[in-house]
Design a protein. Structure first.
Length: 518
């Protein structure tokens, strides 16, 4: 946390990319968390910190305020932990208690995910979704809506081709529910009048649980208020949904349910987690994202393979070239998706086979396939045999899944058409990563590491982190660099030693020497 006694806030108008990164890291936020919390979207802070774009004035002011008083982060994030009973606790399952624990900001984020998932499932247009960034909008403004032409007249959770939503993260009584559709002048809000006149629907989403009788009272009061203003509607077009009904909607989409669990009861989501959690993993902490020319063609090919139902893709390439990170970025939100409010990343469920084990991974994917639920399953460090079994599950006719697996090794021979090979990174990419992750290295040292690593960012980072700053790297031999990778790793850090040994083996620099794992 930033120390209050030593803080020296930076004027918001003068925030540089380094200032933004420093403040975000001091607050303990990942780039994705910061974008969702402070505004701009999940990819915003990557762009701010790369200097691609500047943050809006409102975001810059929030950063400056948080730098001055980090304690306000809890209030802004709604991080009040609510005790949640574990009677029904299981992966991919949300209860009314989880919905009730959401702050108003998180209710907004949930609504966007619910609408996007419904649109993905029923192939609705991407440009028909609008969700306000706040539910404290001025009088007469809608909180969210979805609208489409053609296709189904309704879906299981959308009662009409035009459905408008009012979001409430607090308790609301029957009289308040009726007043919610009125302006200060006691007339029907223009947004509600227009939606119902277009044969649309008005739906209140409230994060509090109620009995069926209590829900009916609130619905009836809204209908009565409309009737008093000569507007005819019925319970099919005017609905009040409580926390239990919102939970049912979230449970229809495991990626959405997983996101709710991550926000309210971390650790319950199981081995498979959402795209945002994947982006925030500690694996990425020491390796900042920089523009990479490999991304655009790779994103195009990968999405062509896995956007259709039952699509399968296998990502291969030498260890240490950034396969997982590139796959994360390729499935992440694009500017067009953010503008449309419908993100492919909302469908992603990510797990690492070496952490979960093949049995847990296969069992979960089988359950998802049997449930005919739409999701893009990503399995990292996935062995060849596991990939084959998962592909067979996903390709069954009843499945609505797609599959991406990332290989822990580079296979020999010709590659199948659904396998994408990634080559080592461009030297400029490795240099840009080093400049951000190892800022105290001299330019000559950086160039030496770029040359030695030969397109393997992880190797360059291992060396940059292992060097003890007791001399220049520019003139040392390859043998000395190898020694420093091994000796510079903590002997108690088994995974770091394994990573170092694996990379050096890939380079052909370990003949008889390998890191001990005893």
């Amino acid at each position: 946390m930033v120390s209050k006694s030593n803080r020296n806030p930076t004027p918001s108008s003068d925030l540089s990319p380094d200032d933004i990164r420093r403040i975000r890291e001091a607050l303990g936020l990942s780039q994705v968390e910061a974008g969702e919390l402070l505004g701009g979207g999940p990819r915003a802070f990557t762009k701010y910190e790369n200097g691609t774009i500047k943050p809006a004035a409102s975001v810059a002011k929030l950063l400056r305020l948080l730098e001055a008083d980090p304690s306000t982060l809890s209030t802004l994030a709604g991080r009040k932990m609510t005790p949640i009973a574990n009677d029904e606790a299981k992966p991919f399952h949300v209860t009314s208690d989880h919905i009730a624990a959401l702050s108003d900001r998180k209710l907004v984020a949930l609504t966007r995910r619910l609408l996007a998932a419904e649109a993905q499932t029923h192939v609705l247009p991407k440009d028909g979704i609008h969700v306000s960034s706040t539910i404290t909008a001025p009088d007469g403004e809608e909180d969210a809506r979805i609208e489409w032409q053609g296709g189904p007249e309704r879906t299981p959770f959308l009662p009409a081709r035009l459905t408008q939503f009012q979001l409430k993260a607090t308790d609301i009584g029957p009289k308040e529910a009726g007043n919610e559709i009125l302006t200060k002048e006691s007339d029907i809000k223009p947004m509600v009048r227009a939606a119902l006149a277009a044969n649309g629907a008005y739906v209140v989403l409230c994060t509090r649980p109620y009995t069926r009788q209590q829900i009916k009272k609130r619905t009836d009061q809204i209908l009565q208020t409309l009737a008093e203003h000569s507007i005819s509607a019925d319970a099919t077009r005017v609905q009040f949904r409580d926390a239990s009904q919102i939970a049912d909607w979230a449970n229809a989409s495991p990626p959405v349910a997983t996101w709710v669990l991550e926000q309210t009861q971390p650790g319950l989501a199981g081995w498979f987690r959402g795209w945002a959690h994947w982006a925030g993993r500690s694996d990425h902490d020491g390796s900042p994202w920089v523009p990479d020319p490999r991304l655009d063609p790779f994103r195009t090919k990968l999405r062509q393979l896995v956007t259709p139902l039952r699509g399968v893709a296998r990502i291969v390439g030498p260890s240490g070239i950034g396969k997982s990170r590139l796959t994360l970025e390729a499935l992440g939100p694009t500017e067009e998706e953010e503008a449309a409010g419908q993100l492919l990343s909302d469908l992603v469920l990510y797990a690492v086979e070496s952490e979960a084990g093949p049995t847990a991974v296969k069992s979960t994917v089988q359950n998802l396939a049997d449930s005919s639920i739409r999701a893009i399953v990503v399995v990292d460090q996935c062995a060849t045999d596991t990939h084959s079994d998962l592909a067979a599950i996903v390709k069954r006719s009843s499945s609505r899944l797609s599959l991406v697996t990332i290989a822990p090794e580079l296979p020999a021979g010709n590659l199948p058409s659904d396998t994408l090979r990634l080559d080592p990174a461009d030297a400029n990419v490795v240099e840009a990563i080093l400049k951000q992750a190892a800022t105290n290295l001299q330019s000559d040292d950086q160039r030496r590491l770029v040359k030695f690593s030969s397109g393997y960012p992880k190797m360059a980072l291992l060396l940059g982190q292992a060097w003890l700053k007791d001399g220049t790297i520019a003139t040392v031999s390859d043998d000395e660099l190898v020694e420093r990778v091994l000796v510079g790793r903590s002997l108690g850090d088994r995974q770091s030693l394994l990573d170092a040994g694996m990379l050096l083996g890939t380079f052909g620099l370990l003949a008889t020497k390998s890191p001990s794992t005893d």
